[in-house]
Design a binder for this molecule. Structure first.
Ligand SMILES: Cc1cc2nc3c(=O)[nH]c(=O)nc-3n(C[C@H](O)[C@H](O)[C@H](O)COP(=O)(O)OP(=O)(O)OC[C@H]3O[C@@H](n4cnc5c(N)ncnc54)[C@H](O)[C@@H]3O)c2cc1C
Length: 399
């Protein structure tokens, strides 16, 4: 990329990011205490209201351009960090998970007909989506190890019939589009296929919505029963038996975009904690003048900058056309751990106020705790990095 092209791109993303930030600060933040934000995220009426305002302000789905093109990952980082300045920001401007990752995957591998049918309503923000991969742990289903997938898809007539149970499906309640991962291939080979479905569907029943530590994502996280779901061939996303490969295409950018959004939330938590420490006094001076507090805020600044640099580095790797598997693992581990430390220190700096729901600091702490588990728990990323280290050290032998 020439310098002038890169410069024009960064101008473009800066303009979009500034508009998103202004919208989030002026319009979205006042909604943070709205009673329609429940334990399973903002309700549907509130999502619609926020999105109508985002549309009117011209900041709906800001990372996807009018011609259908996608900002580069580096540009996306700038925009998504700003959208995360409020926990409600990503939902309002349609940069939230799982929609953002699902839109990316559909844009990459969907057919033109699938894009019209399933992607267009997502990009316009009229619909929400869900990604159905994980299965209940107590039934031995897929979790950290996707190859344990138990949900099956069998050829039946001109299409497929899918059966199984899924767990932790974010946004399944209220979604209009689903991407369902199911086992295909023979009993000996672990293969999977992704299927696109319209929701609600009588064969996809929400058993219950889990009560979890986090509470930002509309619809919460559901246990779902899939019972005799029929799917036509034109609803296969990409190629049959290639589901695990597509999951990899989705995963690196999706886990990176979580880093971006939560970086924005941690930045705001730091702003709130700094405001507290520069107005509240103890023992005759401002809290920030006590070294114990000042150092916590200083450590936050360092962690925020290191996290930003890792996000931008990984974004650049993805922009170069690589799958970025190792880079996104490293970034996800480093950033999720750093953001958790930041949120924890912000809570501490604010004393009792830090654990109250008067500010969003308490929620950022809960949200980033969950982030250390989804899109690959820290240990799974470290384990796969260790396998790569071993492979490289032993000259390409299989780990
Ligand atoms: C808030 C939230 C939202 C989610 N949304 C979705 C969604 O929309 N769609 C979806 O499909 N899934 C979703 N998930 C599921 C998520 O992807 C899984 O929780 C995750 O993959 C871990 O699987 P598991 O919970 O079954 O944990 P398990 O597989 O039981 O693992 C438990 C722990 O074991 C350890 N571990 C596992 N493997 C290794 C290893 N190789 N080395 C060292 N330690 C290891 C880790 O510490 C891990 O945390 C969501 C989860 C959460 C918490």
């Amino acid at each position: 990329m020439t310098h002038s092209v890169a410069h024009a791109l960064s101008e473009r993303s800066r303009t979009i990011a500034d508009r998103v930030e202004a919208f989030v600060r002026e319009v979205v933040i006042p909604y943070e205490h709205d009673p329609r934000c429940g334990p399973h995220g903002p309700d549907e009426a509130m999502v619609r209201e926020l999105r109508a305002k985002a549309r009117a302000a011209g900041v709906m789905t800001p990372h996807i351009l009018n011609d259908g093109g996608h900002l580069s990952q580096l540009e996306t980082a700038l925009v998504l960090k700003r959208s995360g300045l409020s926990i409600l920001g990503p939902v309002a401007v349609n940069t939230a998970a799982p929609d953002e990752g699902n839109m990316y995957l559909l844009g990459e591998i969907g057919t033109e007909a699938q894009k019209r049918r399933f992607l267009a309503p997502l990009v316009s923000g009229e619909a929400r989506s869900a990604f159905f991969m994980t299965e209940p742990a107590d039934e031995g289903g897929a979790g950290s190890d996707p190859s344990m997938l138990k949900t099956t898809a069998e050829r039946r007539g001109g299409g497929w019939i899918v059966n199984g149970r899924k767990a932790f499906i974010t946004g399944a309640m209220g979604a209009s589009v689903g991407i369902v991962m199911a086992r295909t291939g023979s009993a000996e080979t672990t293969r999977s296929t992704m299927f696109l479905v319209e929701l609600p569907n009588p064969a996809i029943r929400i058993e219950r919505v889990l009560d979890t530590i986090d509470s930002s994502m509309p619809g919460g996280h559901a246990i779902v029963v899939i019972d005799g779901l029929t799917v036509a061939d034109d609803q296969v996303l990409g190629e049959v038996d290639e589901g695990f490969r597509y999951a990899q295409i989705r995963l690196s950018p999706a886990r990176l975009s979580h880093c971006m959004r939560w970086h924005g939330a941690a930045t705001r938590a730091q702003e709130i904690a700094t405001a507290y420490a520069t107005r509240r006094k103890a023992f005759g001076k401002l809290l920030i003048e006590h070294e114990g507090v000042g150092f916590m805020l200083a450590d936050n600044l360092i962690d925020l900058k290191q996290a930003e640099l890792m996000i931008d580095w990984c974004a650049t790797v993805l922009d170069g056309g690589s799958l970025g598997t190792s880079e996104s693992s490293m970034t996800k581990v480093a950033v999720s751990d750093a953001l958790f430390r930041i949120a924890d220190r912000c809570v501490q700096v604010m004393g009792g106020s830090g654990v109250s729901r008067d500010t969003m600091v308490e929620q950022v702490f809960r949200e980033v705790r969950a982030f250390r588990i989804y899109d690959g728990p820290t240990e799974v990323h470290k384990w796969s990095l260790a396998k790569k280290i071993k492979r490289d050290a032993l000259g390409g032998g299989k780990a």
